[in-house]
Design a protein around this ligand. Structure first.
Ligand SMILES: [Zn+2]
Length: 340
């Protein structure tokens, strides 16, 4: 095993070196990168992964609203804008999703979400809320999330007051739909692009890298990974949001320095089992995600201490969860409340 410090000095790991002290564990040498896919294939791949993560995240957020310390009225959608894409993908995203400047477009509307129930689907563009036009922005060439963020704040503000009338553009024609939000955990989930599988919670958002999400072989496993991070929210393990906000892909270092204790991680594993079960996922299937982590990073077979983080071995995590799995199964069978 080459030392992490040497890898860092060689620039092999770069930002990936600072893997968060949460799911994923320490970084390791990754296989050589595959040849880059075409922009079209990249956009389709990212969109499909976003849809999968968004759908599982929404199911978890809705089912556990009563346990989350912060909840709000939500539509369940994931929004995007032309302006958040770089020069290469932007024209494709505009064509594929009918995007325009900073206006929020539907990227994902999970099937059981208020957005889907209002008839919204990928390709729809939100142009006004309760008659108030949203700002399309100046249309600069640079990649920016700010305009979309401001528009989302306007839409969320309206939803916080209850049902809202949305003016939606599809194929150039505008129509008005009523969206009836429901209470869900307030935390958004963001997929970050990275060669290192990892996930974390910063007090306001769950972050998961594409390589972490891609490890999950089914929704139960993905729910286990996301449920662990949501559990940090339920347990109020992190109260300080990242200084970089929602585009905080750069802040893995700060997460790691704040590193949670092993007992906090064990508590999040246990609470995570409750959260996924409450949301209808199978925790016995979900726990297999720990095997995927170990396959992706054999260092996780044993406890690891490095770079200021401490990581439990996956077999220890799995063993520690057995009583919780038994407990949840018994509670379910008896019709008792699924509250730890
Ligand atoms: Zn964790």
């Amino acid at each position: 095993m080459r030392s992490l410090a040497r890898l860092a000095a060689a620039g092999v790991l770069g930002a990936a070196l600072v893997a968060a002290g949460c799911n994923g564990g320490p970084p390791h040498e990754t296989a050589p990168a595959e040849p880059p896919a075409s922009p079209e294939a990249r956009l389709e791949g990212l969109t499909a992964l976003d849809a999968r993560v968004a759908s599982v995240s929404w199911t978890l957020a809705k089912a556990n609203a009563d346990l989350c310390p912060v909840s709000r009225q939500r539509a369940g959608w994931t929004l995007h804008s032309a302006s958040q894409y770089g020069a290469e993908l932007r024209p494709l995203a505009e064509r594929r999703f009918g995007l325009e400047g900073d206006l929020p477009g539907i990227l994902v509307a999970p099937s059981d979400s208020p957005a889907a129930k209002a008839g919204l689907a990928p390709g729809d563009l939100i142009v006004a809320v309760n008659g108030q036009a949203l700002a399309a922005g100046a249309g600069g060439a640079g990649e920016s999330y700010d305009g979309l963020k401001a528009n989302i704040a306007v839409v969320d503000g309206a939803l916080s007051r209850g049902p809202a009338q949305l003016t939606v553009r599809r194929d150039g024609a505008d129509r008005t739909v009523e969206l009836r939000p429901v209470l869900a955990c307030a935390y958004d989930t963001q997929v970050d692009i990275s060669d290192t599988p990892r996930s974390r919670f910063d007090g306001r958002h769950v972050f998961i890298t594409n390589t972490m999400a891609e490890l999950a072989r089914n929704d139960d496993e993905l729910a286990f990974a996301l449920g662990h991070e949501l559990a940090h929210g339920v347990l109020e393990h992190r109260t300080q949001p990242d200084v970089t906000g929602v585009k905080g892909a750069s802040n893995w270092a700060i997460s790691m320095r704040r590193g949670l204790s092993l007992s906090a991680e064990a508590d999040a594993d246990k609470m995570g089992v409750y959260l996924v079960t409450r949301a209808g996922f199978d925790p016995y299937q979900g726990i297999e995600f720990l095997s995927r982590l170990e396959e992706a990073n054999p260092l996780l077979r044993s406890p690891q201490v490095n770079m200021g983080g401490i990581y439990e071995g996956t077999s220890t995590r799995r063993r520690a969860l057995q009583p919780t799995l038994t407990e949840v199964t018994a509670r379910k069978a008896d019709g008792r409340a699924l509250i730890p």
